[in-house]
Design a protein around this ligand. Structure first.
Ligand code: G
Ligand code: MN
Length: 373
């Protein structure tokens, strides 16, 4: 029996294909997009994949590319409502078995699946497999595994005056044992030249989770300085575009902001889309005061190094108080990160802080847990 995976975001289409192929005796499973297909395919083997091209999260072409990068040789049949030369070329280059325009002729689909499942179908993708095996390294493989198991944890940011969660910070997580720490994940993505893919996967995931975001809450998410160079970030039609007015992008100067020559126009374009901007980790080694003048942020997040023990460390308390005063004058809100004790919380509130984040209120968790207030 041939195992067929169908990826299509239109349930009617997916179900029609599934009925047709099941009646031919195939064992069929359906998924609504490329990301879900990739997740299923990394878990279990299929003989043929039939995938739509235009899908949310991950297109059929991106799925095909990810599979080849993983070293998977599974025959892929691409179907599309809007045939385009460019996607046809990419499909062929990546070793797709066939490229079928919609509406699909049932007999054509049957034939193509039969061919794909047969040895000739696999033979057609052999060169793609050889190619991908040559360039596949352990580094790339592990990164792919991290990307295909990516999920986001969310940590509440609370307003102490209002005693409510006003926002959640999205924090990236994955299940690849070697890359579980976010800093290792970003270093690896940079090493194999896939930082843009990682940024896109994170944004797609956050956009998907945002559907369940509680009504009055906003989203905070970390943006790698390099993401500012990804044109897709500025595309209003990208998944995150629809939640831009509820989203604050946190930027930290771990990689130098001065490496972005047109920084002011990048920031302006993000603001035009509705995003707000935060300086992250202010007071830590990296993010310096100059990032406040470079970014003109809506929000400043004070690093937990300043917050730790702030109730007994008078120097840190003075620093925090003056940062709060400066930010108030500049019209930026302040979030104090890493609040762990009631003593720290009370000292911060005394110093004029209101927006607080840290284990005292909640640890990062699956979307969207509440906080202890
Ligand atoms: O760089 P950024 O500020 O985005 O990093 C936030 C990190 O801090 C997350 O990994 C999160 O798990 C961690 N974190 C959040 N709250 C606390 C806290 O109260 N104490 C400590 N030690 N870490 C925290
Ligand atoms: Mn952050």
């Amino acid at each position: 029996m041939t195992r067929v995976l169908i990826a299509d975001d239109e349930p009617l289409v997916a179900n029609a294909f599934a009925r047709l192929l099941s009646s031919d005796g195939h064992d069929v499973e359906t998924v609504p997009d490329g990301l879900a297909a990739l997740a299923v395919l990394t878990r279990e083997p299929f003989d043929v994949v039939v995938s739509d091209i235009a899908m949310p999260q991950m297109t059929g072409i991106e799925l095909l590319r990810a599979l080849r990068r993983h070293g998977s040789t599974v025959p892929v049949v691409l179907v599309t409502g809007v045939p385009a030369v460019q996607s046809a070329i990419e499909a062929v280059e990546l070793g797709a078995v066939r490229y079928l325009p919609k509406p699909i002729d049932p007999d054509a689909l049957r034939r193509v699946v039969a061919v794909a499942a047969s040895s000739t179908g696999v033979a057609e993708v052999t060169s793609a497999r050889e190619e991908s095996e040559k360039c596949r390294t352990q580094d790339e493989h592990e990164l792919s595994s991290a990307l295909s198991t990516l999920w986001m944890a969310y940590q509440p940011i609370v307003s102490w005056a209002e005693r409510r969660v006003i926002a959640y910070e999205a924090l990236v997580r994955n299940e690849e044992p070697k890359l579980m720490r976010p800093d290792l994940l970003f270093d690896r993505a940079e090493k194999v030249h896939r930082l843009a893919d990682l940024g896109r996967a994170i944004r797609a995931r956050v956009a998907r989770d945002a559907v369940q975001l509680p009504d009055r809450a906003c989203l905070f998410m970390n943006l790698h300085v390099r993401d500012l160079r990804d044109e897709r970030l500025y595309d209003a039609l990208e998944p995150l575009g629809s939640v831009a007015p509820r989203t604050v992008l946190e930027i930290t100067e771990r990689a130098s902001l001065s490496a972005i020559p047109d920084l002011p126009s990048c920031i302006q374009r993000l603001r035009t889309l509705g995003f707000r901007i935060a300086v992250d980790d202010l007071g830590a080694g990296y993010a310096g005061l100059n990032s406040i003048s470079l970014l003109q942020p809506d929000v400043v997040k004070l690093d937990m190094g300043l917050i730790r023990g702030v109730d007994s460390n008078t120097t840190n308390l003075r620093l925090v108080r003056s940062m709060i005063d400066v930010c108030r004058e500049l019209g930026a809100k302040v979030v104090c990160e890493g609040v762990e004790t009631a003593g720290e919380r009370d000292a911060l509130v005394d110093a004029g802080a209101d927006l607080l984040q840290g284990y005292l209120f909640a640890r990062p968790a699956r979307p969207f847990a509440t906080a202890t207030l």
